[in-house]
Design a protein around this ligand. Structure first.
Ligand code: ADP
Ligand code: ASP
Ligand code: MG
Length: 450
């Protein structure tokens, strides 16, 4: 059971989570928690303020982080000893953050390693507070620091998990707790590199932690019936309800569709969540911690029904149009283009080609100027910023009549910069200007879902 930031946003919410876990004890749950909602953002803001030498902002961030966690502990009304332990942990963690941020200020430099050491504090604290709440309900609980089991490489900021080492840690550290009758409560998002330094899996990474935990437990011989992602919406909906209020629940989706939705911006699931689950056949369930009795969405290998399932949108995208006057009949052009992306370690997103050009979208934060300079050594390059990717995701979409026609007539006068149909038949993707994207999404939703 993984609980996201909104599900553990306050003492009251944490008490609700403890109740939910307590009601599932016969199923022997393992619990993964995110930082209290908004805390990771505050920690990253603290890092930036420290780097920029803005001590006033850094000190204010430290104070409000302390207040936020102490308020959650107060609200829980824990027994004195447990409350005291939580308060002293908060004190120690804040002292560590204070030292780290002073160091960053003195050096005026924020390395990815230091950024992770700071960003990890949210999950380190939330895990102990949620564990204390569960223990206070009379449930024997084992808070486990995520660095004790989530082994990763040393790619700070988006660390790559070591699944064999995680399975070994599940055998050594986690399953014995369950055998002793204790519920393991651990933090998501955070891991440890081989030398022990703190890493993170990237934003939204607690979903990934939950999937890795489920996978690791299964590899260690446990039977894992499901990975549950508890959040603040009823499940995977036909579109982000913040943008399309009339979005409806999707009761079941296939792994491939869920992966496309996540990749193309449906924040409800971290893109990497699916992989460890799919390779082991473990279903993933997305449920609402505010309405636990609602059925939620089940993600499984294949879901019944063809056609359009849901829409996703992701902003912050740029496009590069790479043309070669010599492409006609020439071979090796595409290889050179992609070799450039590879050399600069820029992942490509949506790709389309014509006879004389290749269009590629990338994250807007990629080194666009450098890319353009290197590509222009052998091609004509144009860069367009301020774009968004919209994706229509479903199953066997190529066989579904008129989908493309309906999509394009719904878009009406909205200018489409790029179009691509994934080879997997699970998506039809196009790129529009970011300012048009929310309206495009609403028009598409009206056309495809009524
Ligand atoms: P958590 O803190 O639980 O990890 P997130 O904010 O990461 O929660 O993800 C939940 C949010 O994802 C929802 O509040 C919703 O706004 C957003 N979202 C985006 N696309 C979708 C979608 N297709 N279905 C449901 N929620 C979506
Ligand atoms: N707390 C982390 C974040 O906000 C990880 C997560 O919540 O999934 O990105
Ligand atoms: Mg999330």
């Amino acid at each position: 059971m993984k609980f996201g930031g909104t599900s553990v946003g306050s003492g009251e919410r944490i008490a609700g989570v403890a109740g939910l876990v307590a009601s599932r004890l016969p199923e022997e749950p393992f619990v993964v928690v995110s930082a209290l909602g908004g805390v990771t953002d505050s920690l990253l803001a603290l890092s930036r303020a420290a780097r920029d030498g803005d001590r006033t902002a850094a000190d204010a961030a430290l104070r409000s982080l302390g207040e936020r966690h102490r308020a959650a502990v107060d609200e829980l009304g824990l027994p004195d000893e447990a409350a005291g332990e939580c308060r002293s942990l908060i004190g120690r963690e804040l002292a560590r953050l204070g030292d780290l941020s002073t160091g960053v200020s003195l050096l005026a430099e924020l390395s990815p390693r230091t950024s992770d050491a700071i960003a990890a504090a949210g999950e380190i604290l939330s895990c102990r507070i949620v564990a204390a709440a569960l223990e206070a309900r009379g449930v024997p609980t084992a808070p486990v620091d995520p660095r004790e089991w989530l082994a990763t490489d040393a790619t700070f900021g988006s660390a790559v998990p070591d699944e064999a080492a995680i399975a070994a840690a599940a055998t050594r550290r986690l399953l014995p707790e369950r055998r002793a009758g204790r519920v393991v409560v651990t933090g998501g998002f955070v891991g440890a590199a081989p030398d022990g330094s703190t890493t993170t899996l990237g934003r939204g990474g607690s979903d990934f932690s939950a999937a890795l935990l489920g996978a690791g437990l299964q590899d260690a011989g446990a039977q894992v019936s499901a990975i549950e992602i508890w959040t603040d919406v009823d499940g995977i909906l036909t579109a982000d309800p913040r943008l399309v209020p009339s979005a409806r629940l999707v009761p079941e989706v296939g792994y491939a569709e869920a992966a496309e939705l996540a990749f193309f911006g449906a924040k409800v699931l971290h893109p990497a969540t699916i992989r460890p689950a799919v390779t082991r056949g473990i279903p993933v369930r997305v449920k609402n911690s505010f309405r636990p009795d609602a059925p939620g969405t089940t993600v499984r290998a294949e879901a019944p029904g063809d056609g359009v399932r849901a829409l996703a949108m992701r902003g912050g995208v740029a496009a590069l149009f790479v043309g070669s006057p010599r492409m006609l009949g020439a071979h090796g052009f595409a290889a050179r283009v992609f070799a450039t992306f590879d050399r600069l370690k820029v992942p490509v997103d949506v790709i389309t080609t014509s006879e004389v050009s290749i269009s590629i979208t990338v994250d807007e934060r990629a080194p666009l100027d450098l890319l353009a300079r290197e590509l222009s050594e052998f091609s004509d390059v144009q860069v367009l910023r301020g774009l968004a990717v919209l994706s229509v995701v479903g199953r066997e979409m190529r066989k579904t009549p008129r989908v493309a026609a309906r999509i394009f007539s719904a878009l009406g006068d909205i200018n489409v910069v790029l179009i691509s149909q994934g080879a997997s038949e699970t998506n039809l993707t196009f790129v529009v200007e970011a300012k048009d994207a929310p309206e495009a999404l609403r028009r598409l939703h009206r056309e495809l879902f009524g």
